[in-house]
Write a protein that binds this ligand. Sequence first.
Ligand SMILES: [Zn+2]
Length: 274
Amino acid sequence: MRLPRVGLAVTTAALVVAGSQSLPARAHAPTATSSVAAPAAAASVALPARVAPQPLAGKYVVVDAGHQLGNHHFPRKTNALVPAGGFKKACNTTGTATNRGFPEATFNFRVAVLLKRRLERAGAEVRMTRTANSQKLWGPCVDRRGRAGNRRPADLKISIHADGAYGAGPGFHVIAPTDRKKWTHDIFQPSRRLAKTVRSAFVAAGLPKAGYTAGGDGLDFRGDLATLNLSNVPTVVVECGNMRNAKDARRMTTRKGRVGYARALARAVKDYLG
Ligand SMILES: [Zn+2]
């Protein structure tokens, strides 16, 4: 299963290279007809007017799609304890699902892919903590997710999740790390600002704040999540909605709904980094 995927990645990379090489040629064409000598300088002046604005040029963002579709097939691996920020915690969990069985792992991954595309169109470089959503795969563990933006420091890391609260109402909430010495003291303030920025973008997109948890203001602060505790860069976990609520489930199981979440998340990233 891995070899074809590598082959595909190479092919895609080759296409991208080919595309980027053909771009200056297209930019040259109009100037060549109006001017005899249209050197590189002319093309570089013309180019910005022809491509979409790139407010995130030079930015590096880590997108963490929560869970993995196959986690439930690998109980020993997903239950193994890993460092979580001064204590240990299970590598991962299965995540929740809608009452009709649409898995959170799939929702998270699809929103993550949509978000990645939007951020890349805006000029950002994006790294995903998982690049497939498969029953045959598990993980990565929460410690790896937590550190994913550290080695090469990301401008921010955003984890996409959905909640599963039976009998509760709809709505999102954004989780930022609490101030924990040695662990999150360096990032809790910018992470809080990021959480508020995501909340504003979700509200502007017409998404309701979860009324059933964390005081109902759409913000939560937790010290028990490895994904937050182990990060050295500003980070939040976004619980996009409540999969056990029928209204949210309808939104989450349609592409249109997922595009809405991705658009709001991209808006927040632009607002935070802009
Ligand atoms: Zn989750």
